[in-house]
Design a protein around this ligand. Structure first.
Ligand code: NAD
Length: 493
């Protein structure tokens, strides 16, 4: 498929870091290859930022902070609204870049751009909620709190929704008066670098800085920088643990974590089975990012009375998903992001087979693809709780199906992993669903739904799945620290 002219031009240019409102070459002169996972061809070289580049970005962000923090909240909100508008105007181009380096379908990525814009506008709309409090005290003092920005914030994001995260994660720190260093994933740096250029007239130089590169060099330089007190990671539990340790080298920091999941979907016999079958397919996010989503309901618990029927209908439903070139607007499911990810997912499929689960559909690369990291939607039945595919996050299009009979057992099994991000409960008995929602250890629960996120609704994980809540007022407030003022005002007359 022919690329739009602006995308071709961008890819042919020498990509640079975005620091202090300028494109800069990396200090080390090093670049890394950006691969199109559908063709296995290198399509661009992205700059590898090291400690020196991060230092420059921090200096630029500190300089910008001195001005940006004193802008009125409504002026900051206007800039974010203008930014959202730019996202919408350039949706096709940004979606195209995401499809090229992530393997996600281009139409789904247009949806991601729109979602990023919607979320930016939502946050801009609640900027005046950055309120403090007054605290009752003695007659002669007035006690009040102010919500103040931290200064330079570091945000590190993953590969699965490149433009969605790059776009929407800019809003809360900036609205709260901080300036930002954003590090995209090494697999998917393109849309964030393009975004920087688009936003140059909206944000003052240094307000948003974008450093591309890997975790150990670029990411760690951000994490350990002593002047970045507020950090946020969206990524794996393993990376979260490393960051929690390494960050302390740079001082005491406030860090939020949006990490992985191995999320249960529990279907009762009285559920609306038409919707439950669709909910199980949508819940796996096959169609959006090939199952590479933290919130995917990748453990499906079917009551034995409806197990065989739902499984058969789900296999038929999943068989209709159109897998193809991520750039084709008719494609519903593209390919995995990298060779590494392909190998990880296919290794888990092998483990599932070896450990005795049964492949009902999929199970590897579909025959029509001779290259590209394509994996067919895969459903395993007869999954037992101790199998690897029952316990570990695969982060690919692999669904593990379990049969259940006893409600207490299914709750125990649903909770028997160290993750706790999302869960879905399917029954027409709302009282039962509400009780179950309280028993399930997860931060985000759907009743008779799956996969969807909603504006203003807190998203985040229990247990190893994270710390903090995003996509809601909690995210905005988390980019502020509280200052208390105790003012002597004398005795009342
Ligand atoms: P990852 O943890 O490998 O990488 C995420 C980001 O962290 C990348 O930018 C990477 O370069 C950076 N990084 C890696 N090592 C680092 C280090 N030592 N120091 C600093 N930065 C480092 O994750 P991934 O493979 O890109 O994404 C998949 C994971 O993200 C899955 O576990 C998924 O569940 C999770 N995720 C969570 C959410 C959520 O909202 N909870 C959303 C999307 C993805």
């Amino acid at each position: 498929m022919e690329l739009p002219m602006d995308v071709s031009k961008f890819l042919a240019s020498t990509l640079k870091l975005w620091i202090g409102g300028q494109y800069l070459s990396p200090s080390s002169g090093k670049y890394f290859d950006v691969e199109n996972p559908a063709t296995e061809e290198n399509i661009a070289k992205a700059p590898l930022a090291d400690g020196k580049d991060v230092e420059k970005a921090v200096e630029a962000a500190e300089g910008a902070f001195r001005v940006w923090r004193w802008e009125s909240p409504s002026a900051r909100a206007k800039a974010i609204r203008d930014f959202a508008q730019l996202l919408r105007q350039h949706a096709d181009e940004l979606a195209c870049l995401d499809a090229l380096d992530s393997g996600n379908p281009v139409e789904a990525m247009k949806g991601d751009v729109r979602m990023a814009a919607d979320i930016c506008e939502y946050f801009a709309g609640i900027v005046l909620e950055l309120k403090g409090e007054t605290i009752p005290g003695g007659n002669d003092f007035l006690h009040f709190t102010l919500r103040e920005p931290y200064g330079v914030v570091g945000r590190i994001i993953p590969f699965n929704h490149p433009i969605l995260f790059a776009g929407m994660k800019i809003a809360p720190p900036l609205l709260a008066g901080n300036t930002l260093i954003l590090k995209p994933a090494e697999q998917t740096p393109l849309s964030a670098l393009r975004l920087a250029e688009l936003a140059k007239d909206v944000f003052p130089p240094g307000t948003v800085n974008i450093v591309t590169g890997d975790g150990p060099i670029t990411g760690q330089s951000v994490v350990t920088h002593p002047k970045i007190k507020r950090l946020a990671l969206i990524g794996s539990v393993e990376t979260g643990k490393i960051i929690a340790q390494r960050a302390a080298e740079g001082g005491i920091k406030d860090i939020t974590f949006e990490l992985g999941g191995k999320n249960p979907m529990i279907v009762f016999p009285d559920a609306d089975l038409d919707r439950a079958v669709e909910g199980a397919a949508q819940g796996m996010n096959f169609h959006w990012c090939q199952g590479q989503s933290c919130g995917s309901t990748s453990r499906l618990f079917l009551h034995s009375k409806i197990h065989d029927e739902v499984l058969a209908r789900l296999v038929a439903r999943v068989g209709k998903i159109r897998i193809g070139d991520p750039m084709d607007p008719n494609t519903e499911m593209g390919c995995l992001v990298s060779k590494e990810q392909f190998e990880k997912v296919t290794r888990y499929i092998g483990l599932g087979k070896d450990q005795g689960a049964e492949v009902m559909t999929g199970g590897g690369r579909p025959e029509q693809f001779k290259k590209g990291y394509f994996v067919a939607p895969t459903i395993f039945s007869k999954v037992q709780p101790d199998m690897s595919i029952a316990r570990e996050e695969i982060f690919g299009p692999v669904l593990s199906v379990f049969r259940w009979d006893n409600e207490q057992d299914v709750i125990r099994q649903a909770n028997d992993v160290h993750y706790g991000l999302t869960a879905a409960i399917w029954t027409r008995d709302f009282e039962k669903a509400a009780q179950l929602a309280r028993s399930i250890q997860a931060g985000y629960i759907w009743i008779n739904s799956s996969s969807r996120h909603f504006l203003g609704v807190p998203f985040g994980g229990f247990k190893q799945s994270g710390v903090g809540r995003e996509e809601s007022i909690q995210e905005l407030l988390s980019y502020t620290q509280i200052k208390t003022v105790n003012a002597y005002i004398g005795k009342p007359a």
